[in-house]
Design a protein. Structure first.
Length: 399
């Protein structure tokens, strides 16, 4: 397997996929073509301790990278090694292409998804946005889809966090069952700012509600997390001196569930197989393969008319493909959730938390309608078992 992307979520995904592949097929070696190899190796030691992680780790390698920069070193060394491996081992597993040099160029004429009968149901602008998105995306669709399939067809016992979690709970003084909350207030440039949670104070009602229900609440993340007011039952791990990649993993392995936003760290819930509630969720064409997930998206508001999109409009509009710096279709704004919307999603979610995996597929009538409205052209959203909260579908139902 080759890992070439430099963003954190793809590291978690690739390691989870390596674990699934090794469990179901055969031994995996992981080649790392990024300069984040140290924490990838630490994660691998925890998630998949018997995988061999291969990357440049000589004093001279580090010295050259410091002097000339990662991009220069990548171009004249790692990229050539990558080309050699691609040539000699065309069977290699690679979810994401190297950002600097895509391996597979998208060709719409060879796209089997466009031959699916449902493709004829969408208008020209939707299809155009889909094609442009596929040109921009740097994953190999066949391998990516396999990672979803393996995740949903493979049962692996949750890793025992052992003494790492015991020590962390003692350090933080966590004494009860706990839920993790991750609120992404990071500043993004341009259209990517849609990911930012603009009103983190609205999560206070959720925190208080969970504490009243007997849960401890742990704020996970780093500097992008808000500084919530101190109260009994709330633990700000993100601002503590105990933040390490090993403690991150242990924290998720020991929690009852997590309330997340759109960020790479949400992949910890899939690795740990814990229920996830995505609030202020967005970029729905990019989803994780969680077995136990509900989400309540940010609203899309038509700037010209002031009206919110119905869920039916969302899945048929070119705006569905808004991701990163890409925007399509009608000029819109993304609207953060109000407290009552988040509370309705949480109250709907909590009764599901302790149900077996199979019962998470007992969708409501509207959730079944939502799934039936999807096509393979919706990419990850079509692959995932996660569905919107019923309260969101009721509020934004066109009919």
């Amino acid at each position: 397997m080759i890992l070439g992307r430099r963003d954190f979520g793809t590291h978690l995904w690739a390691l989870h996929y390596a674990r699934l592949w090794q469990y179901t097929h055969r031994k995996v070696n992981l080649f790392v073509f990024t300069n984040e190899n140290a924490h990838i190796k630490r994660l691998a030691k925890y998630i998949l301790p018997d995988v061999e992680v291969i990357y440049p780790d000589h004093f001279f390698d580090h010295l050259v990278a410091i002097i000339f920069g990662h991009q220069f070193v990548f171009k004249y060394t790692l990229l050539r090694v990558y080309a050699y491996i691609v040539t000699h081992r065309p069977d290699f597993l690679h979810v994401w292409d190297l950002a600097e040099s895509p391996y597979v160029r998208y060709n719409a004429y060879l796209d089997p998804l466009l031959l699916h009968p449902s493709a004829s149901l969408f208008n020209e602008e939707f299809i155009k946005a889909y094609k442009h998105t596929r040109e921009q995306m740097d994953y190999r669709w066949d391998v990516f889809r396999d990672s979803f399939t393996l995740n949903y067809t493979t049962s692996i016992s949750r890793t025992n966090p052992g003494s790492v979690l015991s020590k962390l709970k003692k350090d933080l003084n966590i004494k009860h069952a706990y839920a993790i909350v991750n609120v992404n207030t990071k500043t993004y440039p341009g259209p990517s700012a849609r990911r930012t949670v603009n009103y983190p104070e609205r999560y206070d009602c959720l925190i208080d509600f969970l504490i009243e229900k007997g849960y401890d609440v742990v704020i996970h993340g780093r500097k992008e997390q808000p500084n919530y007011k101190s109260r009994k039952g709330l633990f700000n791990y993100a601002a503590s001196p105990f933040c390490t990649i090993e403690n991150d993993m242990a924290l998720y392995l020991g929690c009852d569930f997590a309330v997340t936003s759109k960020t790479g760290a949400e992949l910890f819930t899939t690795l740990s197989d814990v229920p996830a509630l995505g609030l202020n969720y967005m970029e729905l064409l990019s989803m994780q393969p969680s077995k136990k997930m509900r989400f309540y998206p940010k609203h899309l508001r038509n700037i010209a008319t002031g009206k919110l999109f119905s869920w039916q409009e969302l899945v048929t509009s070119p705006n569905f493909f808004d991701i990163g710096q890409n925007t399509y279709g009608t000029p819109i704004e993304y609207v953060d959730l109000e407290e009552d919307e988040m509370m309705s999603a949480l109250q709907e979610f909590l009764p599901l938390v302790y149900l077996p995996e199979s019962q998470w597929l007992n969708y409501t009538t509207l959730q079944k309608e939502f799934k039936a409205a999807l096509s393979p052209l919706h990419l990850d959203l079509d692959l995932t078992r996660a569905v919107p909260s019923d309260s969101y579908l009721k509020k934004t139902n066109k009919f």
